[in-house]
Design a protein around this ligand. Structure first.
Ligand code: AMP
Ligand code: ZN
Length: 114
């Protein structure tokens, strides 16, 4: 995906503050943080949204959620709690069309979201 900003981050063509990388996943700081801890966890492979994830991708999601839990420990928010968000489509508030999960923490989250 040549014009995808997150693919460019994966390829290091666009700078980002990486906090984790392995063969399938990267995590980096959100450029416009909504909380003291605001990370984006993404697959290196381009999926436009969660809609493109099927049962065959189960291991990838396991790895992503395991990474999120590990990052919460590293960021020292594991005990206090955190929020994992995936926005999908226009009404879901998705603005970047490369599957990503937000890890938000470090303050009391509100519910319901706006
Ligand atoms: P969403 O609205 O769920 O699609 O979230 C996209 C997120 O990506 C937003 O929170 C943006 O602040 C963040 N974002 C967009 N461009 C960048 C970038 N170049 N580096 C880091 N975060 C970004
Ligand atoms: Zn992409």
């Amino acid at each position: 995906m040549d014009d995808c900003i997150f693919c460019k981050i994966v390829k290091k063509e666009v700078p980002a503050e990486f906090v984790y990388e392995d063969e399938k996943i990267v995590a980096f700081k959100d450029i416009n943080p909504e909380a003291p801890v605001h990370l984006l966890i993404i697959p290196k492979e381009h999926y436009s949204s969660i809609k493109e994830i099927g049962r065959e991708d189960g291991i990838l999601l396991e790895d992503i959620f395991d990474t999120i839990n590990q990052l919460a420990k590293e960021m020292d928010v594991y005990e206090d709690g955190y929020r994992i968000v995936n926005n999908c489509g226009d009404d879901g508030g998705q603005t970047v069309q490369h599957l990503h999960f937000h890890l938000l923490a470090g303050r009391q989250m509100q519910w319901p979201p706006g």
